[in-house]
Design a protein around this ligand. Structure first.
Ligand SMILES: O=C([O-])CC(=O)C(=O)O
Ligand SMILES: [Mg+2]
Length: 239
């Protein structure tokens, strides 16, 4: 299920914190990945999950140093990720070897991918930071993936940072971290969250002038009316 262009764009302008609150209202409590951080601050991420699952490596199967692009699920996945998709890797939170590195990130960027998210590590970390590409990881490690990880399949449900990710779920990242939005609610959540963030930034500006949180955060009917008036003055349609 794909988002409207409007909803996709709005998700670039909402915070992951706000998204977790909107998802909580719908009953989703576990949506924010633990321990997964942006390599590049100020680069937001919005895209559709393309999942890749790693299991622990074993010496008889994972001794390859020259990965076979035709048989290795990691390499096959990299050549399948499409425009606006995010490669989300289940690395079991293991950061003692990389999930992938600079060249594979570059290939994904050139394929039009929106970004890479792993709950493991990335290698070539300083070079990846130089790319104009949204990348999120739990750490940096110079060692190649096959020492620790056996890529086993892709486009299956996975866990990443302690959160379930289904292929096609909407992934949103900001400087705080990464949120997973179940695809069936993503359109609704995008619009509600955008409206919520506008209201909250108006409230924050009001609180910064020294007024009490009482009746303002959360807003009572009077404060809501004041906000609607302000929105109308901005020439915006009210929500
Ligand atoms: O061999 C690897 O782990 C991948 C790698 O360094 C890269 O993508 O640049
Ligand atoms: Mg490399």
């Amino acid at each position: 299920m794909r988002l409207t262009a409007d909803a996709f764009e709005k998700l670039h302008h909402v915070s992951t914190a706000s998204l977790t609150s909107e998802l909580l209202k719908l009953g989703f409590r576990n949506t924010f990945m633990k321990g997964v951080h942006p390599l590049k601050k100020g680069k937001s991420l919005v895209g559709y999950a393309f999942t890749l699952r790693y299991i622990p490596a074993r010496e008889d199967l994972d001794l390859e140093v020259d990965y076979d692009n035709l048989t290795n699920p990691q390499r096959i996945a990299v050549e399948k990720v499409e425009q606006d998709e995010v490669l989300v890797i289940d690395a079991r939170g293991e950061v003692s070897a990389a999930s992938l590195g600079h060249i594979l990130c570059t290939r994904l960027m050139c394929r039009g991918a929106a970004g890479v998210v792993t709950d493991g590590a990335l290698r070539d970390y300083p070079s990846i930071q130089e790319l104009d590409f949204a990348t999120y990881a739990a750490g940096a490690h110079g060692t190649t993936s096959s020492v620790l990880h056996h890529p086993v399949d892709f486009q299956v449900p996975i866990g990443c940072g302690g959160v379930m990710v289904q292929p096609g779920d909407v992934i949103v990242g900001d400087d705080e971290g990464v949120v997973v939005i179940p695809s069936q609610v993503a359109e609704e959540v995008a619009h509600k969250c955008y409206d919520r963030d506008r209201l909250e930034s108006w409230i924050q500006q009001k609180i910064a002038t020294g007024v009490s949180i009482i009746n303002v955060y959360p807003p009572n009917e009077e404060t809501k009316a004041e906000y609607r008036k302000w929105l109308a003055e901005q020439g915006e349609k009210t929500c």
